[in-house]
Design a protein around this ligand. Structure first.
Ligand SMILES: C[S@@+](CC[C@H](N)C(=O)[O-])C[C@H]1O[C@@H](n2cnc3c(N)ncnc32)[C@H](O)[C@@H]1O
Length: 258
């Protein structure tokens, strides 16, 4: 048996080849959360001074939504391929975005560098969210803002266990979708005061969902078995349809450095 990969190597194996797929992914390229994020940042900081961190930027959709409203966005991600996609796209669109290779909890920035520290659909891959949030708190200016956007887990443990299992089978680099209640605690512990929390349904087409992560056929079959055998409460909570498509919840947390 070959030695198992480290988690960070699995993250690279999952994401490095998928940068272009993420650039064109409808689920990632649009959404009410992006409009909401831009409104919050626009209302919170003066455009000419605003410096924003987009951590786990992937193909850059949060950066593209925020960049027109601030002086500069720093898009950070461990994946060089994602960063190259962001660099090229930002250049084509004339947006003030620079890229930095970095991972949550290991940010190569001085304390108090950013007016807003943000992250979208990335934290569920982080090995240690508390450490990641703590480091975001370090690099935000006093009185600066935190914007966290991610799929949230279900408060009901039965539903949540099925959801996390489906996610892990689909993507080996999945760690955990925090429940909203866990996000509130983690944000407070990191030293932020929560100002606002919003939720939007995120409908996912089953085939597109597994294709984007190149989930192997045996794992796709396991997810289908898990969904078919799931109790009625789980299927109802996830709004599972006949073709296996289902609906998750996107949580948006807007907080301020205490
Ligand atoms: C789904 S993509 C991000 C989507 C993107 N933020 C958007 O809004 O479309 C998840 C990204 O998280 C990155 N990632 C994984 N582990 C990370 C970590 N520990 N720190 C920072 N980014 C990480 C991956 O490389 C990947 O690019």
């Amino acid at each position: 048996m070959t030695a198992p990969a480290r988690h960070t190597d699995t993250v690279h194996a999952q994401f490095d080849p998928q940068a272009k797929a993420y650039l064109t992914s409808a689920v990632h390229a649009s959404g009410p959360d992006l409009i909401h994020a831009a409104e919050r940042v626009l209302g919170a900081i003066p455009k000419e001074k605003g410096v924003v961190l987009d951590l786990g930027c992937g193909a850059g959709h949060l950066s593209y939504a925020l960049a027109p409203h601030v002086a500069r966005v720093v898009a950070a991600d461990p994946s060089r391929e994602m960063l190259e996609t962001v660099r090229l796209t930002a250049g084509e669109r004339g947006l003030p975005i620079e890229t930095v290779q970095a991972a949550a909890g290991e940010l190569p920035f001085d304390a108090g560098t950013f007016c807003v520290v943000a992250s979208r659909y990335s934290a569920h891959h982080w090995g240690n969210i508390a450490r990641g949030l703590g480091d975001m708190r370090r690099v935000v200016k006093p009185g600066g803002y935190l914007l966290m956007i991610d799929v949230v887990g279900d408060e009901d443990d039965l539903v949540d266990t099925h959801l996390q299992a489906m996610e892990l089978l689909r993507d080996k680099s999945h760690v955990r979708n925090l429940k909203a209640s866990q996000w509130r605690q983690a944000i407070a512990r990191a030293g932020f005061d929560l100002l606002e929390e919003r939720r939007w349904p995120l409908p996912l087409d089953f085939d597109t969902w597994v294709t984007r992560m190149r989930t192997p056929p045996e794992r796709v079959a396991a997810i289908r078995t898990l969904m078919n055998d799931a109790p009625a409460e789980v299927r109802e909570a996830l709004a599972v349809t006949d073709d296996g498509s289902f609906t998750l919840q996107t949580g948006v947390f807007w907080a301020r450095a205490a």
